[in-house]
Design a protein around this ligand. Structure first.
Ligand SMILES: Cc1cc2nc3c(=O)[nH]c(=O)nc-3n(C[C@H](O)[C@H](O)[C@H](O)COP(=O)(O)O)c2cc1C
Length: 271
């Protein structure tokens, strides 16, 4: 498959290109080897993606989009559903991300990625907490620190990719939830123990892989499922897994293939 893509750079500017391997290409950009333009504007995230059968069509489309103004490019992206990929995978050769890409391949829309580790999203400090609380109390919800919360609140569909770590998920995912649980953006604390649910998304996919068995209850998925339902109002969640990947003699390609085929079956049955 060939792709025409638009990246959003760290300074908010857009970069258009084409490729036949989108995952590799975005990685190349983020390691400073994609283009001179993006090298000094890292990190970049995938903002818009079109699939093309032929290489020539993808290249022609690239040339056409490159001639568009910024607002035309923004409009192009707005016509599509916003899919947010919350990437909590720490290892560069992540198998969880491999499965998440399978899921994304079945979704129709513009994928925006938040790579928690690369973007250095850290646990809330007391100073941040106080600043945020004061802003929320004053009804101010447009502080720069709230950008991830807005991105999450405005997404149409969400894919969370997180490996099974220490029976749940990497701590960076908890840090991310601390940063996006902002009263007046993703939810509203009504003060009587109830929450007004403010997120637009109706569907969230949780993708995980594990080295051994996944215990019941699944403390990674169950935490996320409860949080997004009770606080943000996202009631429809689906879990995709691959487990026993690190046990002696594991048939890793076989387990991954089976997990990819479960994903394929899920989307075929939904049609
Ligand atoms: C810090 C750390 C903690 C882990 N904890 C668990 C665990 O509690 N249970 C388990 O089955 N596998 C555990 N694993 C193995 C990973 O879940 C497994 O290798 C997974 O496929 C990694 O996903 P990735 O390829 O996306 O990085 C752990 C791995 C790491 C690095």
């Amino acid at each position: 498959m060939n792709y025409t893509y638009i990246l959003k750079c760290a300074d908010g500017t857009l970069y258009t290109g084409w490729t036949n391997d989108i995952e590799k290409r975005v990685k190349a950009h983020n390691s400073g080897k994609g283009a001179k333009y993006t090298k000094s504007r890292l990190p970049v995230s995938l903002f818009y993606l079109e699939e093309h059968e032929s290489r020539l069509t993808a290249m022609r489309r690239e040339a056409l989009i490159k001639r568009m103004t910024r607002s035309e490019k923004m409009k192009l992206a707005e016509t599509k559903k916003k899919i947010l990929l919350v990437n909590a995978c720490v290892r560069p050769e992540s198998r969880t991300m491999e499965l998440a890409r399978e899921v994304l391949g079945h979704l129709d829309g513009v994928v925006e990625e938040v790579n928690i580790e690369k973007e250095r999203i850290l646990p809330l400090t007391n100073a941040q907490m106080e600043k945020r609380q004061a802003a929320c109390d004053a009804g101010v919800t447009d502080l720069p620190m709230m950008k991830y919360a807005w991105q999450f609140a405005e997404a149409d569909e969400i894919v969370v990719a997180a490996p099974y770590w220490d029976l749940s998920f990497p701590a960076i995912l908890k840090a991310y939830f601390e940063q996006i649980t902002v009263s007046g953006v993703t939810f509203k604390n009504m003060g009587d123990g109830s929450y007004k649910k403010l997120c637009k998304a109706e569907k969230l996919y949780y993708v995980m892989t594990a080295g051994g068995p996944i215990y019941d209850p699944n403390l990674g998925y169950e935490y996320v499922r409860t949080l997004v339902s009770e606080f943000y109002g996202i009631d429809d969640t689906t879990l995709f897994t691959a487990e026993m990947l690190d046990v002696d003699g594991a048939d890793v390609p076989g387990i991954m293939k089976k997990a990819a085929s479960d994903i394929e079956d899920f989307f075929t049955q939904r049609q």
